[in-house]
Design a protein around this ligand. Structure first.
Ligand code: PLP
Length: 384
């Protein structure tokens, strides 16, 4: 189809001209932190494998054994024949970790949010969203056809004003936020949002993809404070600190039973491979029992910011705001020459004019290399 290719080629050329075109680069991850790209070995500061569990022996063994015993695929939707007993074990573990009655595992985080939200919220309803929410919260919200109202990032006072203004015109309302913001590394004002959700009868959904295994003693961002913040809809992924693939919602029994019936990305999508369920069970065992391990990523990030002369981060995700796309790309190239993989994050992943380096710290990063990176960032990126 000539018109198709011509149209798309023109659009790609525009991205190229704006330094916004993305391409795939073959990358081999050896051990969770060192990667090989284009024949070069680089220390990666951009994986979400925060506890290096994707390469952990116990986790790999669990996945291999499950594959040997049960095969590589689950064969069907879990409602047909794909409901391997490993899922019940994984869901019981997740519910226990998050302190809820029940849990449901989805194929991925993106599938979870695009299934959960439209299953609960419809076109006459209201969704209040942080403006920096992850793309899949936006995807799910748009699919619900509800009225979407956004509040400025992490601004609980504005969220309250907007909720007060709009709540009465809708039968049901939801407040949705990331727990830990993936590109900024800060934490949502969960307590304030939870309180207003209760006051205005809005259903509170938190996507804690980056909180599990890293904050709140590994239990996630709701558990940083004592008592924990009450969150009736606790969503997260098994693809970041848990090191594998899949995602979950922890909630009350009726909500989970409803998901089995009405979350389209659950009902009409094949269950996760047994290996992924087995790997997640092994990873959660480590997350629940090894408190020294789950504390490490934030400790490493704080060692970095201290040496680089940056403010202390709330999590293990540290953005370095550079503004222009070209500046972020140049900084990333300079660091690659020095042996570090730090990807430049550009729009549309982040708002226009906020291109940045995003560094993620994992339990296994060597301290001496963190020091060397901090020195380079200080002298050659920030120019101090
Ligand atoms: C990564 C991420 C997701 C998507 O999870 P996948 O399992 O990778 O699909 C959802 N929400 C947030 C906040 C994320 O960072």
């Amino acid at each position: 189809m000539q018109s198709l290719d011509n149209f798309i080629s023109g659009k790609l050329a525009k991205l190229e001209a704006a330094s916004l075109r993305r391409t795939l680069v073959d990358t081999f991850r050896e051990d969770g932190i060192w990667v090989t790209r284009g024949g070069r070995r680089l220390l990666s500061f951009c994986c979400n494998d925060y506890l290096n569990l994707s390469q952990h022996d116990a986790v790999k063994t669990a996945a291999i054994e499950a594959t040997r015993k049960y095969g590589v695929g689950s064969g069907a939707s879990r409602l047909v024949t794909g409901n391997h007993p490993l899922f019940a074990e994984l869901e019981a573990r997740l519910a226990r970790l998050k302190g809820t009655e029940a849990a449901i595992v989805f194929g991925s985080g993106y599938l979870a949010n695009t299934g959960i939200i439209p299953a609960l919220i419809g076109k006459d309803d209201l969704i209040l969203m942080d403006e920096l929410n992850h793309a899949c919260l936006w995807g799910g919200s748009r699919m619900s056809r509800a009225k979407i109202v956004t509040f400025p990032h992490a601004d609980a006072a504005m969220a309250r004003k907007l909720l007060a203004k709009h709540r009465a015109s809708h039968p049901h309302a939801m407040i949705a936020t990331d727990g830990v913001f993936s590109m900024d590394g800060d934490i949502a004002p969960l307590r304030a949002l939870s309180d207003m959700a209760k006051e205005y009868d809005a259903w509170f959904l938190v996507d804690d993809a980056h909180g599990l295994g890293v904050v709140g003693g590994g239990r996630g961002s709701a558990f940083i404070e004592n008592p924990p913040v009450e969150i009736p809809l606790q969503m997260g992924t098994l693809s970041k600190a848990a090191g594998g693939y899949g995602a979950y919602l922890c909630a009350s029994r009726p909500v989970i039973d409803w998901m089995h019936n009405r979350a389209r990305t659950f009902v009409y999508s094949t269950g996760l491979p047994p290996a992924s369920a087995a790997a997640a069970i092994a990873a959660l065992e480590l997350i629940e029992t090894d408190k020294a391990l789950t504390a490490k990523p934030v400790q490493k990030a704080r060692a970095f910011t201290k040496s680089a002369g940056l403010p202390e981060p709330m999590t293990n995700i540290v953005p370095i705001m550079l503004g222009e796309e070209k500046r972020a790309l140049r900084a990333s190239e300079m660091l690659a020459e020095e042996g570090f993989l730090v990807v430049a994050i550009r729009p549309p992943t982040v708002p226009a004019g906020t291109a940045r380096l995003r560094m993620t710290f994992t339990a296994g990063h060597p301290d001496a290399e963190i020091e060397r990176l901090a020195h380079l960032v200080r002298s050659r990126v920030l120019g101090n």
